[in-house]
Design a protein around this ligand. Structure first.
Ligand SMILES: Cc1ncc(COP(=O)(O)O)c(C=O)c1O
Ligand code: FES
Length: 402
């Protein structure tokens, strides 16, 4: 077994070798510009782009004409939210989203607020799920757009997009869904779902980084104000020469996802559950987020009485993500875990494990043994752990001011 072990598939995935192989000819001999309509080099590239568009559309049961290429889910979220808000601002200026959205949604909505829009940020239930009654109550006559993610990147919780979509459609409100973490893990049927805009990224689903797509519904038709101006590519919605090799990679990655999703999810769930069982036998291990409505590859745990920073250092041969502030650019512990009502202490001691296509049972067992050992040792050094073991109620202890 090779170290370090990768268990951070929600951050990004390796490019599947089958995907890389499909991309290479478009970096070498098939280098044409898909917008060149007058010669064979252009036609060849255009054909590859359209095949990939059909592959992406097929995974989510959409029409290929509804797929717009972007540089990733960040750009898709920007285009969807700003593009729709700007186009439809004559109808109203209110936007609804959730506090646990990815920054690419939250910061875009904040930007709209700076422009004069109003926004409501809904808190999830402690499970991470959106309460539909609270959601309905947040809608106003001037609400023009709702943005709720399908799968949360930190806790893997799956929102009830079908129900939210019904409510939005009934009220004539546009519905955007960030599905960056969902492709290849959750069935998505855009013929059935009442979703108007949906963001995708290739690199979370074994495709290359720097390529994504936005689904823009045609029936009923959704319009967007372009955020990138230029040659009028992608039906005027997103100008810029298309990166053929990246697009081909995303198409192949999504084709594989469609074909292998069912079996892969079964295998990955088995690995995740094995990991959970091996870790939850320790005391004071808390699961963050609902386990039932959750993608099969994600596990987010808080190890009480262990400082996140020390734990990450102690398991540095294992690549995972931490909810502690010291491992991120921000100074706050995970805002997602805080929104679930977790204390700062538990948010600090949280770790996101995400397994995937190339994870092995051997790796899972190694991580279980390593964590049991390291957490035991770290707790031995913790005076709080001693007090807890002695049965002292820590809430009654008078702490020195500092
Ligand atoms: C839920 C979610 N939305 C958006 C993004 C951003 O995607 P991209 O890296 O393609 O810009 C990510 C990736 O971190 C994500 O997890
Ligand atoms: S563990 Fe380092 S900031 Fe919380």
């Amino acid at each position: 077994m090779k170290l370090p072990i990768y268990m951070d598939y929600s951050a990004t995935t390796p490019v599947d070798p089958r995907v890389a192989e499909k991309m290479i000819p478009y970096l070498t001999e098939k280098f044409g510009n898909p917008a060149s309509r007058s010669h064979a080099f252009g036609w060849e590239a255009d054909e590859a782009v359209e095949q990939a568009r059909a592959q992406v559309a097929a995974l989510v049961n959409a029409d290929p004409k509804e797929i717009v290429w972007t540089s990733g889910a960040t750009e898709s979220n920007n285009l969807a939210i700003k593009g729709a808000a700007h186009f439809y601002q004559g109808k109203g200026k209110h936007v609804v989203t959730m506090r646990i959205e990815h920054k690419a949604v939250l910061d875009t909505v904040r930007e709209l607020e700076r422009e004069g829009f109003e926004a409501t940020y809904l808190d999830p239930e402690p499970s991470g799920l959106l309460d539909l009654e609270k959601f309905k109550a947040s809608l106003r006559p001037d609400t023009i757009l709702v943005s709720v993610m399908l799968v949360n990147n930190e806790i893997g919780v799956i929102q009830d997009i079908a129900a939210i979509g019904e409510i939005c459609r009934e009220k004539g409100i546009l519905f955007h869904v960030d599905a960056a973490q969902a492709t290849g893990k959750v069935e998505i049927d855009l013929q059935k779902l009442k979703v108007d805009l949906m963001s995708f990224s290739a690199h979370k689903t074994y495709g290359p980084k720097g390529i994504g797509a936005l689904y823009v519904r045609r029936k009923p038709r959704v319009r967007l104000e372009a955020q990138m101006h230029g040659g009028g590519h992608e039906r005027g919605m997103r100008s810029g020469t298309l990166p053929t090799h990246q697009i081909v990679g995303m198409g192949e990655a999504f084709r594989i996802a469609r074909e292998e999703m069912t079996q892969e999810n079964e295998r990955v769930r088995m690995l995740r559950d094995r990991l959970l069982n091996g870790l939850k036998s320790m005391e004071e291990v808390h699961i963050n987020g609902d386990m039932e409505h959750r993608v099969p590859h994600n596990l987010n745990l808080s190890f009480n009485f262990v400082e996140g920073e020390s734990l990450i250092m102690a398991i540095k041969d294992v690549a995972v993500s931490s909810g502690s502030a010291c491992t991120s650019a921000s100074l706050e512990p995970s805002y997602v875990l805080r929104a679930l009502g977790r204390s700062d202490e538990l948010a600090h001691s949280s770790i996101r494990f995400s397994v995937g296509r190339f994870t092995t049972v051997e790796e899972v067992d190694y991580v279980i043994a390593l964590l049991n050992d390291k957490i035991g040792k770290l707790r031995e050094l913790s005076p709080l752990w001693d007090m807890y073991k002695e049965g002292i109620d820590l809430n009654t202890v008078q702490w020195a001011a500092h």
